[in-house]
Design a protein around this ligand. Structure first.
Ligand code: SF4
Ligand code: SF4
Length: 500
């Protein structure tokens, strides 16, 4: 007996996608259909092909971090991690999608381990949310400031080693993609940032899925004679392609592409951040409006961007010393803890609470203030992404060429100076070139946030969309001004030879 067709979206949900569909009325661009790139990506080992060099690089960084120069601007571990890797990551998300998760070297080690170790447990139901990974995300931001990770090759090497250990332990014990979905802070950063990406792994033709009998994209492709033998695994992140919406939780692993027997999954173009304007039922996620944890992730992503940049400008040192003197702290941790609590917890609670209250009172939106705050929290993520782009882009572009002397030095220290003497004068692009790029990123983020807030307001308050939008528009502009102020402050040139 054939299975009933999969119901993808209700009429109301389809309506929610109308704006997006209009934008892409023409056939969307499909990266997998591009000559050379498409066949290369569809090749079963394409992911491994990118993971291997990154894995080798990780090993080199660990060795260099533990045994190489102790001065961070001369060490590959610190320069690559804190100058180049972060910049490439956000630029790749802006231009394409979640390419770091696609080429994740930690997953290579984990997949290798799983050839022999088969996990027995399922991830605990109570932890099937983002709260643990949000705590880890904040912990990473806090630890970065407190321990000055950018200045310590040794600690940076241990962070990378710790990451390998964590994924091997979690995914050695728990089935499917537990680490990526519920634990990995880098993954959560990539998931929320890639809601603003122009590409998405999605089905090419919904009708093909409607009549699909096997659903291999989620179940995995199996040996016809013995169904227990999996030839190609399906989505480990529990995203069922025909009901998948957007990039949240998608690692771009392309397992669904390889598993689909109808070649019905592509990497398609879409309206960046469009997925934040509607609230359909998302496979593996549910509705954004009911996911307080993902809304909190969006807020930590946005306000964490401000805190991360604030940690690098001189006013933070004044604020820290004042707190230390006033409250008699004997270590930096107390003052830093207060600043983090103020920026990542108290500030968003006050600002979003006030904006939600105004929306409710002025635009007549019926939902409670918490529900309104959760719904509009997603509108802040494009601006947060703009800030991460501006900040990481600043380090990346101003330290672009530092990779050359650091690599020359690494070879020289091995007693093999084939690349010549290190040219320490090579640094990066001048600030006059980088600054307009930074402000371009911030403006892009502001535009994205305003558009998402406007889209949500139109849905929520048909009579008074402007009234529903106004408090969120003002909030976005306030945060944008804070971002601009931060980016115009003199910044530490961390992990480069100009570091103060
Ligand atoms: S993506 Fe492929 S395997 Fe999944 S439901 Fe559609 S046709 Fe079937
Ligand atoms: S298998 Fe899942 S995580 Fe991987 S690309 Fe497909 S939808 Fe994304």
């Amino acid at each position: 007996m054939s299975k009933p067709p999969v119901v993808l979206f209700s009429a109301a949900e389809q309506e929610g996608h109308a704006g997006e569909e209009e934008f892409l009325e023409a056939q969307p661009f499909d990266l997998l259909a591009v000559p050379v790139i498409g066949p290369l990506l569809r090749w079963r080992h394409s992911r491994t092909l990118l993971q291997i060099p990154l894995f080798v690089l990780s090993m080199v960084m660990i060795l260099e971090g533990l045994l190489g120069p102790t001065l961070s601007p001369k060490n590959l571990a610190t320069v690559l991690t804190w100058v180049h890797f972060r910049g490439v990551l956000v630029l790749a998300i802006l231009c394409a999608g979640n390419l770091f998760c696609f080429s994740c070297p930690f997953m290579l080690a984990r997949n290798f381990m799983r050839k022999w170790i088969h996990p027995r447990f399922t991830w605990p139901r109570r932890l099937r949310n983002k709260w643990l990974s949000i705590a880890l995300f904040v912990g990473v931001l806090f630890g970065y400031e407190l321990f000055g990770l950018w200045a310590s090759p040794w600690l940076t090497a241990w962070v990378i080693l710790g990451y390998f250990a964590a994924i091997l332990i979690v995914d050695g014990l728990f089935k499917h993609g537990a680490f990526c979905k519920y634990v990995c802070p880098i993954g959560q950063f990539n998931f929320i940032a890639s809601t603003a990406s122009p590409l998405e792994v999605a089905v090419r033709d919904q009708e093909v899925c409607d009549s699909c009998q096997t659903r291999d994209c989620i179940r995995g492709r199996r040996e016809p004679a013995s169904p227990l033998v999996v030839l190609q695994r399906g989505c480990e992140l529990a995203l069922f392609q025909p009901a998948k919406v957007g990039n949240m939780d998608c690692t771009f692993c392309l397992d669904c592409v390889h598993a689909c027997p109808h070649d019905n999954v592509g990497i398609l173009s879409r309206l960046p951040a469009g997925e934040l304007m509607s609230d359909p039922l998302r496979s593996g996620i549910g509705r954004f409006s009911r996911r307080n944890d993902i809304a909190a992730l969006a807020l930590v992503f946005c306000f964490g961007a401000l805190m991360n940049a604030f940690g690098m400008v001189s006013p933070v040192y004044t604020a820290e010393s004042w707190l230390e003197r006033t409250l008699h702290f004997h270590s930096r941790a107390g003052a830093l803890g207060i600043l983090f609590t103020a920026v990542i917890l108290v500030e968003p609670a006050i600002l979003l609470g006030a904006a939600a209250w105004i929306t409710r009172a002025w635009a007549g939106v019926k939902s409670g203030w918490l529900a309104i705050a959760v719904r509009y929290a997603y509108a802040l993520s494009p601006l947060g992404f703009g800030m991460w782009l501006a900040h990481y882009g600043f380090h990346f572009f101003t330290g672009l060429y530092t990779i050359v002397p650091v690599t020359q030095n690494a070879f020289a220290e091995l007693g093999w100076p084939i690349l010549g003497d290190p040219r320490w004068t090579l640094v990066g692009l001048p600030k006059t070139v980088v600054e307009p790029i930074e402000f371009g990123f911030l403006l892009l983020g502001l535009a994205g946030s305003l558009l998402v807030a406007w889209g949500l307001a139109q849905d929520d308050a048909e009579q008074h969309p402007l009234r529903a939008f106004a408090p969120w528009g003002v909030l976005c502009v306030i945060l944008f001004v804070c971002c601009v102020w931060l980016m115009t402050q003199p910044m530490d040139m961390r992990a480069t030879m100009l570091a103060g």
